[in-house]
Design a protein around this ligand. Structure first.
Ligand SMILES: C[S@@+](CC[C@H](N)C(=O)[O-])C[C@H]1O[C@@H](n2cnc3c(N)ncnc32)[C@H](O)[C@@H]1O
Length: 279
């Protein structure tokens, strides 16, 4: 999509609007109404994005049904996407404190980190693969939000260099697997300014694959997930959860120095990955 374009695409349906406000209105005025036009099969990120838009529009939290390829089912609540006082408040606060200079908020969702970082005076570029999320970020006041797939970020050319690449709420999992994560981390070094860092959080996979409880290999956290919301079924997508030791090892192999920043009792941890070696 061309930069500055106000065309949002969802599953092949294009909605155009002249102004950002109109763009968001067009996207969100009624996701139920739009549901008549949107194909029931949508992109991987769109069921959650639509739920976030509904939450923002009505003020009421929504639930997205998620199914892992191994049959494990759970629900994603939208509340956490609008607050920094949620279950991982401690790690969110630490992560925001560790951001430096120009920040890329990767997978910005509803924009909670981007807004907090802007309020602290950072120049922030918020990217999300979902046009709905980007429209929502803009509607909530994020100054620079763009539709962009981080897996396509290979150099500093499209977005410039950053002092901090910020992956909130386990968004480093978009790499989808151990091998692609190594490749992604290597490529992201090209987007960092001298002394730059990644801020990442993750956790071990909480529910092991059925029959695989004893598996302690790095790849045990590779899952395939699909989500549903209001009859929209998102295409399946790969995601990866990693124990702290494994993520640290992969980052070191990709040329980063690893600085543990914090860990909560439930198992989520936060790391700073410093390009160029020094912490
Ligand atoms: C777990 S949510 C985190 C949202 C936000 N960072 C937060 O903490 O509230 C992951 C986000 O990443 C986005 N996403 C998924 N794959 C992506 C990709 N390849 N490039 C950019 N964003 C992506 C999703 O649309 C979603 O908004």
């Amino acid at each position: 999509m061309a930069e500055g374009s106000s065309v949002a695409e969802l599953g092949g349906v294009a909605l155009a609007a002249d102004r950002e406000g109109a763009e968001f209105d067009a996207l969100s005025s009624s996701t139920a109404r739009l549901g008549r036009y949107w194909p029931r099969r949508v992109g991987p990120a769109e069921p959650l994005a639509a739920a976030l838009v509904d939450h923002h529009r009505t003020g009421r939290p929504r639930r997205v049904a998620a199914t892992r390829a191994d049959g494990v089912r759970f629900e994603i609540e939208t509340e956490e996407y609008f607050t920094l006082d949620g279950e991982l408040a401690e790690l969110d606060a630490l992560a925001l404190d560790q951001a430096r200079g120009r920040v890329l908020d990767v997978g910005a969702g509803a924009g909670r980190h981007a807004l907090a970082l802007e309020a602290r005076g950072h120049e922030v570029v918020a990217i999300d693969v979902s046009p709905l999320c980007v429209a929502l970020c803009r509607a909530r006041g994020v100054r620079d939000a763009r539709v962009f797939d981080v897996m396509r970020l290979e150099s500093a050319e499209p977005l410039g260099t950053f002092d901090t690449l910020f992956f909130g709420m386990q968004t480093i999992g978009v790499a989808g697997g151990v091998a692609p994560l190594g490749t992604l981390l290597e490529r992201l070094r090209g987007c960092l300014a001298p002394g730059g860092r990644l801020i990442v959080d993750s956790s071990d996979l909480f529910d092991a694959w059925e029959g695989d409880e004893a598996d302690r290999s790095a790849t045990r956290g590779e899952i395939v997930l699909s989500t549903r919301y209001r009859g929209w079924r998102g295409a399946p997508f790969p995601w990866v959860y990693l124990a702290e030791g494994e993520l640290s090892r992969i980052a070191r192999e990709a040329g980063y120095a690893v600085e543990p920043l914090g860990r909560v009792e439930r198992g989520e941890y936060l790391l700073a990955l410093h390009a160029g070696g020094d912490c």
